[in-house]
Design a protein around this ligand. Structure first.
Ligand code: ZN
Ligand code: MN
Length: 488
């Protein structure tokens, strides 16, 4: 989607699990639910059994305050919980304990912002509010949601602590939405409260409106990889309707990841439908200055500061530093590699080009690949020690990413060592000169044309000829030919 126009407005409602917590938001059940037998990490509280009472997880409040500070929000000094009532099988209590910004309620934080660097511009995206709430259970459909013959429910996820982060409608394109989520993820990962590589840990709903159109909400966008796709589809759909003169309906649509379309689920509920009221089982929480200042003092380095440091400490270009800090895993990988081998620019170049390209093309997270800082550094050392050429390294890197083997092992196994046997190269060069008389003539007239001959040698050795030695030998042979011609 290239041109989306200036009238496109996108607001995001992001749900982020506080994955660093060991337990749920209101009970002591383990929050480590992924891959566990369904409905085994549950208790009367997170199953909503009558008579059970929630107890607020203090650590969750600390983490939420951290996130609010990192996103430049104004913090409330008093925090209360509300009940949001609705009937759905993933919610055994028939209400979700959340926070509300009306009817006497206040969210944990509001009026924040973050900056995006995008297309050479710095752009401010406002954060309207942040609040804490509990995750509902997980519904599992067989195939697509509107064709599934049944629905399974797993309450292990019920009661997991969520941060809901709501932006103002400041986002102008699907691409920008993706960049926003990436930045948000990097910030939360730097805070140490969140791991975005876990399935379903960051989910997002999007409000989209086109010029004069109605607001449509798209739900169930399961990751920041999906957001660009889902929004692009929805914008195309709405444009198509508007062009035909059909009114866009105000509704909630579901992003169907399998079929890659949005489908109509229901017309949008209004706020009144939720019958919000204060949660009587939880007391209001005072967030006093001292508590907040203690947390502020513990704040770690955030991506923007880290970017500046990468520029000043390692001499990286700002753009490169920006790419590296866009993911905490990437930035950590880089710094670990530099600790092992003090060649920041080379390390960054290999990461920015070949490593990232491979991960992107194969839709892999760095954590899912088998390369480690030590293995990357070993490969760069092999180049610097003259064992392999850069060209061979480009062939080795994907193998390291996939197999996790040491680069030196791959070199040995596949006989990829650089060829620096003079006698062997001499013979090969003589052959290439004999087979390419025209190229030799050109090279005699203009030295730059010798590149073709070097290229032929590389081709004949599958890139294994020592590049420096080869070019020196070819130049020498040309020089000899020139001299013998002069004599003639
Ligand atoms: Zn529980
Ligand atoms: Mn929510």
């Amino acid at each position: 989607m290239k041109k989306t126009g200036n009238n496109l407005k996108i607001g995001l409602e992001v749900h982020v699990q506080i994955t660093s917590l060991k337990t749920k938001l209101f009970c002591g059940c383990s929050s480590d639910y992924r891959g566990k037998e369904p409905n085994t990490l549950v208790c009367p509280v997170c199953l909503g059994l009558p008579g059970s009472l929630p107890v607020l997880n203090k650590r969750a409040v600390e983490y939420a305050v951290m996130a609010a500070l990192a996103l430049n929000c104004e913090l409330s000094n008093r925090m209360l919980f509300f009940r949001k009532n609705y009937f759905y099988p993933d919610l055994p209590k028939n209400f979700q304990i959340t926070q509300y910004d009306r009817a006497g309620g206040v969210p944990l934080a509001k009026n924040g912002y973050l900056y995006l660097e995008h297309g050479g511009e710095r752009k401010k995206i406002r954060i309207s509010r942040i609040h804490l709430e509990e995750d509902p259970g997980r519904l599992v459909h067989l195939g697509s949601i509107d064709h599934s013959p049944y629905t399974l429910v797993d309450y292990n996820r019920s009661g997991i602590a969520l941060l809901e982060i709501v932006t103002a409608p400041d986002i102008r394109s699907p691409r920008e939405a993706r960049i926003f989520l990436q930045k948000l993820r990097s910030i939360l990962e730097h805070l140490g409260i969140f791991d975005g590589s876990l399935e379903g840990s960051m989910r997002c709903d999007a409000n989209i409106s086109l010029a004069g159109g109605t607001r449509v909400e798209v739900k169930n966008i399961s990751s920041f990889k999906e957001v660009e796709r889902a929004l692009s589809f929805e914008i195309t759909r709405q444009k198509g309707l508007l062009e035909k003169g059909i009114q866009v309906k105000r509704e909630t649509r579901h992003w169907d990841e399998t079929r890659r379309v949005t489908i109509s689920l229901r017309t949008k509920e209004t706020e009144q439908d939720y019958r919000y009221f204060p949660e009587p089982d939880l007391v209001p929480v005072e967030l006093n200055k001292e508590f907040i200042e203690q947390i502020r003092a513990r704040m770690p380095e955030l991506p923007d500061e880290r970017l500046e440091r990468f520029v000043s400490q390692y001499g990286l270009p700002k753009y490169d530093a920006g790419v590296l800090v866009s993911s905490k895993a990437l930035a950590d990988f880089f710094e670990e590699a530099v600790k092992l081998y003090d060649k920041p620019k080379e390390i960054s170049n290999w990461m920015m080009s070949d490593l990232l390209r491979y991960l992107y093309e194969n839709n892999l997270e760095l954590q899912e690949s088998k390369i480690t800082p030590r293995k990357l550094v070993e490969m760069i050392r092999l180049i610097d020690d003259g064992v392999i050429s850069g060209k061979i390294a480009k062939r080795i890197l994907p193998k390291v990413i996939v197999t996790g083997k040491d680069p030196s092992e791959i070199v040995k196994e596949e006989g990829m060592t650089k060829i620096s046997d003079r006698e062997f190269l001499e013979k090969l060069i003589a052959k290439i000169f004999a087979e390419n008389p025209k190229a030799v003539k050109d090279a005699l007239a203009d030295e730059k044309a010798a590149h073709y001959l070097i290229g032929q040698l590389m081709k004949a050795t599958q890139g294994k000829a020592d590049p420096i030695l080869s070019s020196r030998m070819i130049m020498k042979r040309l020089e000899m030919l020139r001299k013998s011609k002069e004599k003639d």
